[in-house]
Ligand binder design. Structure first.
Ligand code: NAG
Ligand code: NAG
Ligand code: NAG
Ligand code: NAG
Ligand code: CA
Length: 432
């Protein structure tokens, strides 16, 4: 604000010597606008501010057209990691062999299998490496260092044997046999790991479909777990569990999505892993299947996202502060059989975008955040994910942007979609 008048000739008068020095530096550093033609006849208009043609800001107009013309954005190729995942239902990524790149994990419901795929470091993956086939009706896979040895262990939830289990990483991605945390998780649909009582160890959370139960298992410190501690049994046919500090008090709260009561709800962590009764965020998520939390409007607190199957809906709930949530805000109803939602900055513009997987239209899609929690229309990543069940984002090729992963049940596929950075229109059209 102060600089423009200073540069217009007041540099040497009425100001301190230090300000004069700053002024001189700014003038020296400032690139001068120019219009030039080179030998081959290319005309360069180099502006240090705006280029205005008859009142139109040319760069702003280009940006608008690029955003609006989504056909300029090519759909990425589906890169299949494995077709050996009979009933692929869950996908996750973590560096399992400690070589610095992200490996991929899968759960397959029809083959009771938890498996991984080693990232070769050159955008290819190894053949499937089976961790266990003892997760009967496997529904969910996650990874976290449960025993604190610096290696990332693997977790599973399996529906047909009611098991929450883990597999100790013995180093370089070799795993122990299945270690059962609990066999009392009913029709277990979802597993997550987070430190709930603030003792520095990662505890485990589960969602149980048939009992409507959200529960946790206390990590005693070396991957030994307490018996099941029930948080709530009021999540009728619970399908998804997640955790995040929703009211900013430093304790990690718990979130659930449950099908039969169409409910997105949370449980306030009172400290030390003691939870409040269920607090309903919404019952407008018809056959709720998935819940996630991220700061979508950039106001510093975590908002909540849902995917619901019957109304094909991806929606969010604005955190008004202290864990008070707005009514449902719909992002899209074009996700036919919506069953998985995730959030990540896919276009690298600093805000968090939203991803969905939907079963009936075999679709992996995303919704570009304008930065304030308003979203552009659905952008399709793929419709080749037959019976899509799970979506996740991770930088698999190590180029600094986030790629997308899918698990599709009917096509038995774990696949990824490379982010080629095309969303940055200036970079895309820059001739230099
Ligand atoms: C104009 O900008 C381009 C880069 O965009 C640069 O290569 C060129 O040297 C600039 N020309 C002038 C005259 O500043
Ligand atoms: C990628 O790396 C793997 C393992 O080192 C190697 O077998 C494969 O040939 C490489 N592929 C490409 C395309 O470089
Ligand atoms: C890890 O295992 C892979 C595959 O068996 C092998 O190629 C690699 O050398 C191992 N690395 C270490 C550090 O043991
Ligand atoms: C793990 O910690 C628990 C609680 O401190 C203890 O009872 C158990 O013996 C330990 N197990 C191992 C394998 O160190
Ligand atoms: Ca470990």
């Amino acid at each position: 604000m102060m600089i423009a008048p200073l540069m217009r000739g007041h540099c040497t008068v009425e100001v301190l010597v230090s300000a004069w020095a700053l002024c001189a530096v700014l003038i020296a550093a400032a690139q001068k606008p120019s219009i030039t033609v080179d030998e081959v006849g290319t005309l360069y208009i180099n502006s240090t501010k705006k280029v205005v043609v008859n009142g139109i800001n040319v760069e702003a107009a280009f940006a608008y057209l690029f955003e609006a013309t989504t056909s300029m954005w090519s759909t990425p190729e589906q890169l299949v990691i494995s077709s050996a995942t009979n009933g692929a239902i869950s996908v996750y990524a973590a560096d399992l062999d400690g070589d610095g790149d992200l490996d991929v994990l899968s759960a397959s419901v029809d083959s009771d299998k938890i498996a991984w795929y080693r990232n070769n470091g050159n955008s290819t993956f190894s053949a499937q490496i089976v961790i266990s086939t003892a997760a009967t009706g496997a529904h969910s896979v996650y990874a976290a260092d449960l025993d604190g040895d610096g290696r990332i262990d693997v977790l599973s939830a399996s529906a047909n044997d009611g098991k929450i289990a883990w597999y100790r990483n013995e180093g370089n991605g070799t795993f122990s046999a299945q270690i059962i945390i609990s066999g009392a998780a009913g029709s277990a649909r979802s597993v997550y790991a987070v430190d709930l009582d603030g003792d520095g160890n990662l505890d485990v959370l589960s969602a149980s479909h048939n009992t409507g139960m959200i529960a946790w298992y206390h990590n005693e410190g070396n991957g030994t777990f307490s018996a099941q501690i029930v948080i709530s049994a009021a999540a009728n046919s619970a399908h998804s569990v997640y955790a995040a500090d929703l009211d900013g008090d430093g304790n990690v709260d718990v979130l659930s999505a449950s099908q039969n009561d169409d409910k997105i709800a949370w449980y306030h962590n009172e400290g030390d892993g003691v939870f409040s009764p269920q607090i309903i965020i919404s019952t407008a998520a018809d056959y709720a299947r998935s819940v996630y939390a991220a700061d979508l409007d950039g106001d510093g607190d975590l908002d909540v996202l849902s995917a619901s199957w019957n109304d094909d809906k991806i929606a969010w709930y604005r955190n008004e502060g202290d864990g008070i949530f707005s009514a449902q805000i719909i992002i899209s109803t074009a996700a036919d059989g919506a069953c998985s939602v995730y959030a990540a900055d896919l276009d690298g513009d600093g805000d968090v975008d939203v991803l969905s997987a939907s079963y009936y239209d075999n679709k992996i899609a995303w919704y570009r955040n304008n930065g304030d929690g308003t979203f552009l229309t659905q952008l399709i990543i793929s419709t080749a994910a037959g019976g899509a069940r799970s979506v996740y984002a991770a930088d698999l090729d190590g180029d600094g942007d986030l790629d997308v992963l899918s698990a599709s049940q009917n096509s038995d596929k774990i696949a990824w979609y490379r982010n080629d950075g095309q969303w940055d229109w200036k970079a895309r059209f820059n001739v230099h």
